[in-house]
Design a protein. Structure first.
Length: 398
């Protein structure tokens, strides 16, 4: 994968894998380097949402869709809660060079936006070959480096990539969570109107922020919730003192088993109440750990917006957004915990529910952003569990 022999171009960016593989490309975005896990994402749209999803902290995203950047960037499509913290992917890999944006919502060029967010990026490589390599050998630790003068200390980059401990055992939720509690009011985006505001909430949801995506909070607010967002290390007593009608456990980066000291014990305490609980992705994995299940690292992970998942409770198949490199071992689930959803790609666990209790979670991303909206019904399922507790009529689920 070296520079084509007929060009005299000097590579200005490198992706150096832990096994010593060096991939040369054209640099864009921030200069410098970042060490992380390199994964591939098969979504065809939504690069801004993907790169700002805090669950991608500690990761470099290779986009399999070849043209990234042609709709530019805007201020509305970011997913991390606190833009100043710039939680999200640390690196990005594209096939084609980024062109000038052509979209009525564009406010900036992707290259400038990447620079501002501190994301190191590389373009002009065979992303299919890199994806095939990840599929064959598994998610790889790597360094992405960008130097406009083309000067790299390759031996040092190789050392850095090989020395990095990787995501297993790494707690990153504590780095991306909000520093303080806040109330979220914004409701989902409507074409020609933009985002709305929830002014008359009828239920109260406390959302534990392990790296939460904004669109989750919007969908909760859109269903009539006052959403109080609390930091990842908030205790069960503090959460219960807020008198929530429902508790939401968010997505987030890193190894779910590594957050064991603060998240899992709190979830165990919350499970002693009868308050409805809903978890997404990292929240799903930690709920599974709290009920006695196990999580494990995946070979190539699931990152995309086109994954088929079956809901066993209805028999329906939904096409979903995915972003995870760890998974719940479906075989580890104890009695009283049902497997509600499975991936139709590899049969891996995608959802659990506690038998006879208002507690459930999913591995995929029903909030989409980006991706199809097939799984939005899960938010209504959660709202209905809360409404049932309050003696209010159910909303239509689909
Ligand atoms: N999107 C997420 O919440 C990801 C969860 C976890 N960090 C994983 O990679 O599996």
């Amino acid at each position: 994968m070296a520079t084509a022999p007929w060009t005299t171009e000097i590579p200005t960016a490198l992706l150096v894998l832990a096994d010593g593989t060096v991939i040369e490309g054209r640099g864009l975005g921030a200069t410098g380097s970042a060490v992380a896990e390199v994964c591939f994402n098969t979504a065809m749209t939504g690069y801004e949402e993907i790169l700002t999803d805090p669950s991608y902290a500690g990761q470099i995203v290779t986009f399999t869709f070849p043209h990234i950047g042609n709709i530019g960037t805007n201020e509305e499509d970011i997913e991390d809660l606190n833009p100043a913290a710039r939680a999200g992917a640390v690196g990005a890999v594209f096939k084609a060079d980024v062109t000038d944006p052509s979209n009525y919502r564009a406010r900036d060029h992707l290259d400038r936006w990447l620079k501002r967010r501190g994301i190191v990026a590389l373009a002009g490589i065979d992303t299919r070959a890199l994806t095939a390599l990840i599929r064959e050998k598994g998610l790889a630790n790597a360094v992405i480096a960008h130097a406009p003068d083309g000067k790299f200390d390759i031996a040092d980059l190789k050392r850095q990539a090989a020395a990095w401990s990787g995501l297993v055992g790494l707690d990153l939720a504590k780095d991306v969570t909000s520093g303080q509690s806040s109330v979220w009011k914004e409701t989902p985006w409507v074409w020609n109107e933009g985002y709305g505001e929830q002014e008359k909430p009828s239920i109260h949801v406390v959302a534990v922020d392990y790296g939460v995506k904004r669109n989750i909070l919007r969908l909760l607010a859109g269903l009539g919730a006052k959403v109080t967002v609390v930091p990842a290390k908030t205790s069960a007593d503090e959460i219960l003192a807020m008198k929530p009608d429902g508790i939401f456990l968010s997505n987030g980066p890193g190894d779910p088993a590594a957050t064991g000291e603060y998240a899992v014990p709190v979830i165990k305490d919350l499970l002693k109440t009868d308050i409805p609980i809903f978890g997404i992705c990292l929240g799903h994995q930690m709920l599974a750990l709290a009920v006695g299940g196990r999580t494990q690292k995946m070979h190539q992970g699931h990152h995309g917006a086109n994954h088929p998942v079956k809901d066993h409770t209805t028999g329906k198949v939904e096409i979903v957004s995915m972003n995870h490199g760890f998974a719940v071992d479906g075989k580890s689930l104890p009695q009283g915990v049902e497997e509600t959803h499975v991936s139709l790609f590899d049969g891996s666990n995608c959802g659990i529910a506690l038998t006879g209790r208002p507690v459930f979670s999913v591995q995929h991303h029903p909030e989409a952003s980006p991706g199809p909206q097939d799984s939005h019904y899960l938010f209504r399922r959660f709202a209905n569990l809360i409404r049932e507790m309050k003696g209010e009529p159910a909303l239509a689920e689909r």
